[in-house]
Ligand binder design. Sequence first.
Ligand SMILES: *Cc1c(COP(=O)(O)O)cnc(C)c1O
Length: 353
Amino acid sequence: MRGTRVEIRPAALAHNARRAVALAGDAQVFAMIKADGYGHGLLLTARTLAAEVSGLGVAVLDEALALRRQGIDSPILVAEGPFDSEELREAHRQNLELVIHAPWQVDLLLAEPLPVRLWLKLNTGMNRLGMSPRAALAQAWRLREAGLEPEGVMTHFACADDRQDTLTAQQLQRAWQVADTLGLPLSAANSAALIRYPESHARRVRPGIMLYGSSPFAWRSAADLDLQVSHRFSARLIAINEVAAGDSVGYGATWTATVKTRIGVVAVGYGDGYPRHAPGGTPVAVAGQRTVLAGRVSMDMLTVDLTGIEANVGDEVELWGDTVSVDEVAAACGTISYELFCQITGRPERIIV
Ligand SMILES: *Cc1c(COP(=O)(O)O)cnc(C)c1O
């Protein structure tokens, strides 16, 4: 067995969901499980998290339908809403909650006024999806005239995880203004806002990343937030080589030994979803001992510095998980844990513990 594997821990997911529920107070918690449950498996995350929270959130209809087909009957929010009238009818049949982010979606609804559950999406400063406060008010009245009462208004924060954040307060104020004018509940908070801004909780919070044992904040660890590791990526050491001072390692000869060095070859690469752009110095743990990458990541292998490490061929190497957090690896690679989770390919073995 090659031994390259992703270990998923439902008990950690459940623990993290209970943390979210405790932080949310009276607000409903909708667990965001889009993109295959942030790479943890759509059905597993749905089953595990549905037992702890008020509802689930996905990005697109297909994800919601996959859940319904598997018998998940929890409330499900579809964050990008319907793409066409066929999706609208299907969402109605499957009792899904749809986000309506643009006037063209209101047109779809008015052409086929089914009693669907709707959340009006506001752009309050992220400038991605959503209608301006003015447009949202106008569209809300169009819907109301057709007898379609939205369940609430929704917005998404751009900077709630940013240490210097000043935008969230403005976004929240704009969102409340619309919610109050329409007399509708509000949903705004992602993980960062759930943890950091209790004033943003409103009717419903939508945590994602914290459920997967990763901190939304660069300056606070997941352990510090009492979040448990739910995703552990590991592989095995398949060779140990000694290189002399002046020898280089790997494609492009980007790493050169300054002294005689033991190099470990690990059976994992970007073909498994480990990031190719992980630079030398990115942390890994060999048989529980922390060390670093040496040289470029290849498709099926990577190389690590075994200086000061007790290691044998066959030993387990943790890419991220318990000894090396996914957030540390993400920081070293100039990305975020979200991307690392989503990038795992079909090749590693998946194990549910
Ligand atoms: C993904 C998503 C979230 C969750 O964000 P996290 O940063 O993972 O907590 C919340 N709301 C919407 C609309 C999303 O798409």
